[in-house]
Design a protein around this ligand. Structure first.
Ligand code: NAD
Ligand code: IPM
Ligand code: MN
Length: 354
């Protein structure tokens, strides 16, 4: 029997509920496909912070490196400033493990309504590839005259040639593998951000020349935000900087029904480090603890994890079970206009796994 060591990082709020749900689905998939998952739960996050003054221990990355893959829920607590929680846990993991490709698919599934009129199931099927280690999220900057009337804050975006090249190349390779529209859309704001994003645009043109079979377009982010609403079905692979990819992936999520369906993979494509799988959404304090969080984003992230581990059959079984549970109406939680609970939606997915 093949064995896999999986770190569970449920974190905060609904992260606890959706990771527990995804674990049950992985266990069911393990039984069906004769795979053994050794889950190691970590209690890092905001409760850990209240006890220890840090979100995770100093040797956290070292410990995470020992696993085959990592599954995370969400980070963020209403009583702790977000820059402390997120710079104490999620962002250092993405950077520390060099998980440079953040892959965020958005598909309009059968049984799910888009808030946009006239889109049939499957007619929106795109993936945002977000640069995940630098750009606007680089921890570069500081305060001068901190908390004094003359206070100044400096926040610097960092774009490296290597950082642009590798994520753009990942996007082109993905467009080739998907074999769909074979289109890569690059998103910047190089009319205003005249250094980092000018470098990005130049690197994009250079890499594009290596892929003559793939069409390209370069959009400014304001127009791209409009086009995600105006013509979402025309996109295939969209590659963007850290911040722009973050924003566009929430738009992609809502035009395909709900943020509760949006899965993501934070990948080290070279597999030197374990990759991290998580829903796109946050800790949702407004619904936490009520048993109504949509678990499907995290379950779909678990399917991406199976695929990354090379377990294609199990991955497509989980993905297919989610699609069937949505199509039957059994997994429509309140965010999708239904009355399923976290537990009943999860049970519907597991039932379809057979
Ligand atoms: P959020 O994604 O937590 O919630 C936005 C809205 O979507 C809320 O109305 C929420 O109820 C709803 N929602 C989110 N996930 C859902 C699900 N699975 N099922 C049903 N409804 C769902 O974003 P926010 O409110 O801006 O942020 C809350 C906290 O989470 C903040 O502390 C923020 O920093 C953090 N955050 C963390 C991550 C992460 O860990 N990856 C991502 C986004 C936000
Ligand atoms: C996400 C989140 C995070 C991000 C925040 C919480 C730092 O919004 O994963 O989309 O911007 O990366
Ligand atoms: Mn986000």
């Amino acid at each position: 029997m093949q064995r896999y060591s999986i770190a569970l990082l449920p974190g905060d709020g609904i992260g606890q509920e959706v990771v527990a749900a995804a674990r049950r689905v992985l266990e069911a998939a393990g039984e069906r496909f004769a795979l053994r998952f050794d889950f190691k739960p970590y209690d890092w996050g905001s409760d850990y912070y209240f006890q220890h003054g840090v979100m995770m221990p100093v040797d956290a990355l070292q410990r995470l490196r020992e696993h085959d893959a990592l599954l995370l829920g969400a980070v963020g607590h209403p009583d702790i400033p977000d820059h402390i929680t997120l710079h104490g846990m999620l962002l250092p993991i993405r950077r520390g493990l060099d998980l440079y490709a953040n892959v965020r698919p958005a598909v309009l599934f059968q049984g799910v309504n888009s808030p946009l009129k006239g889109y049939a199931a499957g007619s929106i099927d795109l993936v945002v590839v977000r640069e995940n280690t630098e750009g606007e999220y680089a921890p570069v900057g500081g305060f001068v005259h901190h908390h004094h009337p003359a206070e100044v804050a400096v926040q610097t975006a960092v774009f490296t040639r290597q950082g642009c090249e590798r994520v753009i190349r990942y996007a082109f390779d993905l467009a080739g593998r998907r074999g769909g529209k074979r289109l890569v859309s690059s998103i910047t704001k190089s009319n205003a951000q005249s250094y980092g994003m000018v470098l990005w645009d130049r690197v994009f043109r250079e890499i594009a020349a290596e892929y003559p079979g793939i069409r390209t377009e370069s959009l400014l982010v304001d127009a791209a935000a409009m086009d995600f609403v105006r013509r979402p079905s025309e996109f295939d692979v969209v590659v963007a900087s850290n911040l722009f990819g973050d924003i566009l992936s929430d738009i992609a999520a809502i035009v395909t029904g709900s943020i509760g369906l949006a899965a993501s993979a934070n990948l080290d494509p070279g597999k030197r480090n374990p990759s991290l799988f998580e829903p796109v959404h946050g800790s949702a304090p407004d619904i936490a603890g009520r048993g109504i969080a949509n678990p499907l984003a995290t379950i779909l992230a678990a399917a991406m994890m199976l695929e990354h581990l090379g377990l294609d059959e199990a991955a497509s079984a989980v993905d297919g079970s989610v699609r069937a549970a949505l199509a039957s109406g059994a997994a429509l939680t309140p965010d999708l206009g239904g009355s399923a609970t976290t537990a009943s939606a999860t049970a519907a997915v597991i039932a379809n796994l057979g």
